[in-house]
Design a binder for this molecule. Structure first.
Ligand code: ATP
Ligand code: SF4
Ligand code: MG
Length: 332
């Protein structure tokens, strides 16, 4: 089967000024990321603030251009942002982010906004649109009597449901969800995540689910990629990541989340400062915080290596000396 979306060695460097009068210096927000998402699959992306998750999400949709590397969607290179080709493709790939209020127009009712994509992309005949809007609202758990409400007349959770309904209107094949429940009450988060998971299963939509919250990702992702300062440091099925993480950073992240039925033995505490993209440590960027670090970690960047079936990690100590994934890919 062909991946729905495939990223090859993506790089995004921002020029950022340090201080008010400082000279701009480069920040490698996304630093050589390759990944693939199969149709109907959910890939979770986790990592601390500033690790490049949102930048990567925007790049997968072509909103943020890659400086190096490429993204293919359904086997073809993404058209340039803003072009007619890109807008046409946009119906198939939707972005849902943290703040639903910012995503909605406060002057329009939610029914109008949920129906907008139907109109823009001329998806169904006009007379069928109200029924389709009602169907979409039901799918995300909004009541029919809420159709005429304005965004500020809904709760945060209901607003995010409306945003999701609108994203579904154009029958997307890919949803990129960037912290979609982080702004919601914890009690509402699980409801919205379960709803997303059900929809994804019923409709076979592929999803890239970005979150710094591992508990949320565990509930929804088939596979998880762990990011640290712009790079993927470990990738595996969700089960493997949560039950036998290998990379020291993943182990620290995972051990901060209680797993039901599992004792917290061998807990690893994440030490030191959170990563600063403007000041990337040499070698393995995680080395100042890593209990396993040795000399080579300070001088040499560990490549992502295959450490099992469908499983990769970038670490001199736990990922051994085999050929890097990059080399294997080039050979294939
Ligand atoms: P968070 O969990 O806080 O949302 P993130 O993992 O999504 O973080 P990004 O938003 O992708 O991280 O940012 C990665 C790095 O790139 C950060 O250092 C950020 O400051 C920088 N960055 C992101 N967008 C821009 C921009 N438009 N201009 C300059 N720098 C940017
Ligand atoms: Fe730790 Fe070295 Fe592995 Fe980096 S490469 S995670 S510093 S052991
Ligand atoms: Mg972000």
């Amino acid at each position: 089967m062909m991946p729905l979306v495939e990223a090859d060695n993506l790089v995004r460097i921002y020029e950022v000024r340090r201080g008010l009068f400082g000279r701009p210096s480069p920040i490698r927000a996304v630093d050589g990321i390759s990944l693939a998402v199969m149709p109907g699959e959910t890939l979770g992306i986790v990592g601390e603030s500033g690790s490049g998750k949102s930048t990567l999400g925007r790049m997968l949709l072509g909103i943020d251009p890659a400086q190096t590397g490429a993204v293919n969607f359904e086997g073809r290179p993404l058209p340039q942002y803003g072009t007619a080709e890109w807008r046409a493709l946009r119906a198939k790939m939707q972005l849902i982010y943290q703040d639903p209020l910012a995503a909605l127009d406060r002057r329009l009712t939610i029914a109008t906004q949920i129906g907008e994509p139907l109109e823009i992309h001329r998806i169904i005949p006009k007379e069928h649109r109200p029924a389709r809007v009602a169907e979409l609202m039901a799918a995300v758990g909004l009541r029919p009597d809420q159709a005429g409400r304005f965004p500020h007349e809904l709760s945060g959770g209901q607003r995010q449901r409306a945003v999701i309904a609108r994203a579904l209107a154009s029958r997307p094949k890919l949803l990129v969800c960037d912290e979609p429940v982080s702004a919601l009450d914890v009690s509402i988060q699980a409801q919205v995540v379960n709803m997303l998971r059900d929809l994804q299963e019923q409709k076979g939509i592929a999803m890239v689910f970005i979150s710094h919250d591992l508990k949320v990702v565990r509930n929804i992702a088939d596979r998880v990629a762990v990011m640290y300062l712009g790079r993927i440091v470990e990738e595996a099925s969700s089960d493997v990541i949560f039950h036998s993480p290998q990379h020291p950073y993943t182990r620290a992240l995972v051990s901060s989340v209680p797993v039901p039925g599992k004792l917290l033995e061998g807990r690893v505490i994440l030490q030191g400062e959170p990563p600063n993209p403007a000041d990337r440590p040499s070698g393995c960027a995680f080395h100042p915080r890593c209990a396993l670090a040795r000399d080579i970690c300070r001088t040499s960047v560990p490549p992502l290596r295959r450490i099992g079936s469908g499983r990769t990690a970038a670490c001199h100590v736990v990922a051994g000396e085999g050929a890097s994934v990059e080399t294997l890919r080039r050979r294939a």
